[in-house]
Design a protein around this ligand. Structure first.
Ligand SMILES: Nc1ncnc2c1ncn2[C@@H]1O[C@H](COP(=O)(O)OP(=O)(O)OP(=O)(O)O)[C@@H](O)[C@H]1O
Ligand SMILES: [Mg+2]
Length: 367
């Protein structure tokens, strides 16, 4: 899958630009605060309709304007030259495929698969579990809109259940009866969400350590999925029922995918607690490269790989190990402040762009 061209109108610090991308490696150079991250972000937003940064939609619109538009031409296995548009305004957001509005975002999100690495990704593994759940929800949704459906059903039910736990009168027969009805459904959606998450993490682990070794030369990395959910729905339902009195006391749901967590271990040690900055960064990069492989296996197409400022904190060998471990057929867009970060033999086949204050001042196209 490739993005061939992007046009930005009033997006962040861009007023009007158009960029053509090559099929292989594309390198975006620019000093700090010129718009490198914003450009990568715009490709991500075009694909999944929201930013990977925790920002409000209106922040994507240029400070002085009322709307922003991202338009892109995408080619994948099944469609060549598919035009996508996303428009943000005070009326909300609107997406279009080949100039036709698409109302269902879940349909739109599965069209383009992107994998992004940015400094914020490192925070995912330092931040609270809800950040990690949000992250893995987005990743799994990109390859499965069935998961997205289960997840939204689950979230609806969780909301209902939490509201009910605030009001429940345990002495009332009808209240107990209603909780039983909710929990029949609650346990089945929980198990569905659990199955997708478990499979995703197992699949990632098929590649993760190999990728970590390619970048760092070391091995022993694993991603762990921590959950209270059990694959057998009836046993899980029993488990919930045993906890009723505690839940009623706390007035909230205490068991389910809403409490799940994910973390890395490196040779048995939790990386978020004991890892160095460089180790965490390399682990997250290994995760991204594993996602590229997994998406490719599932969809039969390669996702677009966006790497924002990957070079800081990696030593010179790791930088070039990383770039040379990316397969040639994966369209990759990287940003850097310093072109000297990239070895000459990798650079010579790449497209090179220079950004200065929201303008493209150089496009050197080689592929
Ligand atoms: N909604 C917006 N309207 C106008 N400008 C914005 C908006 N949002 C962000 N900016 C500006 O965009 C500029 C460029 O940001 P960006 O994060 O893309 O820089 P960068 O090239 O990635 O820099 P660095 O090398 O420091 O990471 C910043 O000066 C920021 O203030
Ligand atoms: Mg940046």
């Amino acid at each position: 899958m490739q993005i061939r061209n992007i046009k930005l109108k009033n997006y962040r610090n861009y007023d009007n630009i158009e960029v053509d991308f090559g099929n292989k490696l594309n390198i975006i150079i620019g000093n700090n605060a010129q718009g490198k991250t914003n450009l990568l972000e715009s490709i991500y937003v075009l694909a999944v309709t929201k930013s990977f940064l925790s920002v409000k939609e209106k922040d994507l619109v240029n400070f002085n304007e009322k709307f922003a538009r991202i338009s892109g031409i995408i080619a994948n296995n099944t469609r060549s030259d598919c035009k996508l548009d996303i428009i943000f305004s005070d009326k909300g957001k609107m997406v279009k495929v080949n100039d036709k509005e698409v109302k269902k975002l879940s349909k739109y999100i599965s069209i383009v698969n992107v994998i992004i690495f940015s400094a914020e990704n490192i925070w995912i593994f330092k931040d609270s579990p809800s950040t990690r759940r949000r992250y893995f929800n987005m990743q799994i949704s990109q390859i499965s809109n069935v998961y997205l459906k289960y997840l939204s059903d689950y979230n609806d039910l969780l909301r209902q259940r939490n509201e009910f736990l605030k009001l429940i009168n345990v002495n009332k027969q009808s209240d107990n009866y209603y909780l039983d009805i909710l929990d029949e459904k609650y346990s089945s959606f929980s198990v569905e969400v659990f199955k997708y998450r478990k499979k995703y993490i197992n699949d990632i682990n098929e590649y993760l350590d190999e990728m970590y070794k390619k970048i760092t030369g070391d091995s022993g990395l694993k991603l762990i999925y921590h959950t209270d959910v059990i694959s057998d729905k009836d046993i899980f339902l029993e488990k919930i029922k045993k906890n009723y009195s505690k839940e009623i006391l706390h007035k909230m749901t205490l068991e389910g995918p809403n409490r799940d967590d994910f973390y890395f271990i490196l040779n048995g040690k939790n990386l978020s607690l004991f890892g160095s900055q460089g180790q965490i960064r390399s682990a997250v990069l290994a995760l991204k490269l594993s996602e590229v492989k997994l998406f490719n296996k599932i969809t039969g197409d390669t996702p677009i790989l966006l790497l924002d400022d990957i070079f800081s904190e990696l030593d010179i060998d790791k930088k070039n190990n990383l770039l040379s471990s990316i397969r040639d057929d994966v369209q990759t867009i990287v940003t850097t402040t310093d072109i000297d970060n990239i070895a000459e033999n990798i650079r010579k086949n790449a497209n090179i762009y220079k950004i200065d204050n929201g303008r493209i001042v150089l496009q050197n196209l080689n592929n």
